[in-house]
Write a protein that binds this ligand. Structure first.
Ligand code: URA
Length: 212
């Protein structure tokens, strides 16, 4: 597994404001959106393109266009929805599939409650959106889901990650041949006894959408 912690002053600035408990939901949503677009820029460095010859008003020129099959963006509901607009802003031609996953707050085990994804993901580059890589259970289950459907390459975008979650993914990925990359704005210290990232930013879903 490749892990990329994006080191950029604008990323650090937006992450700091996201972490701040005084940041209200509308501001949190806007900042998360902007931060994801910055992460998406790094996460799509190896998105598949093909050569394209065009003509400028001055002369012929060689360029590229996005190659088929289209990339697939997969927000994990509910909090991953807060990352969707920021991602598709950079990848407007991508398709979007959905995975609804919830973790049991006592056992911290993730289960799937909704899916809307193509059955066959052969050859597809998949971008999973999951704001908090905490225990890693949810992301591991999502990756396994996509691998089982034939994904060619998986990149996870997370606002924050914990070392425990990264270790969990690394263990799980020893049995998987599909290349997986995690792109995040920060690798924090640890998880607390409730499974929250420390210092983290709290419950990402609640901060995006309120406590419902
Ligand atoms: N999910 C969250 O929303 N926050 C955490 O810190 C961990 C999991």
């Amino acid at each position: 597994m490749q892990m990329l912690v994006v080191d950029h002053p604008l990323v650090a600035h937006k992450l700091t404001a996201l972490r701040d408990e005084r940041t209200d939901s509308p501001t949190f949503r806007r900042l998360a959106d902007e931060l994801v677009t910055l992460l998406a820029y790094e996460a799509t460095r190896d998105v598949l393109v093909e050569p394209l010859r065009i003509t400028t008003p001055v002369a012929p020129a060689d360029g590229v266009r996005m190659a088929a099959p289209k990339p697939l963006v997969v927000p994990i509901l509910r909090a991953g929805l807060g990352m969707l607009d920021g991602m598709v802003r950079l990848l407007p031609t991508a398709e979007v599939g959905f995975l609804g996953m919830i973790r049991d707050e006592e056992t911290l085990i993730a289960s799937t409650y909704a899916t809307r994804l193509p059955d066959d993901l052969s050859g597809r580059q998949c971008y999973v959106l999951d704001p908090m890589l905490a225990t890693g259970g949810t992301l591991a289950a999502a990756i396994q889901f996509l691998v089982d459907r034939g994904a060619r390459q998986i990149t996870a975008l997370c606002l924050l990650a914990a070392p425990e979650g990264v270790a969990h993914l690394e263990r799980m990925l020893t049995s998987i041949e599909v290349p997986v990359t995690v792109v995040t704005a920060g690798l924090d210290e640890r998880l607390n006894e409730l499974g929250y990232i420390v210092p983290g930013l709290g419950d990402a879903g609640d901060r995006l959408y309120g406590v419902v």
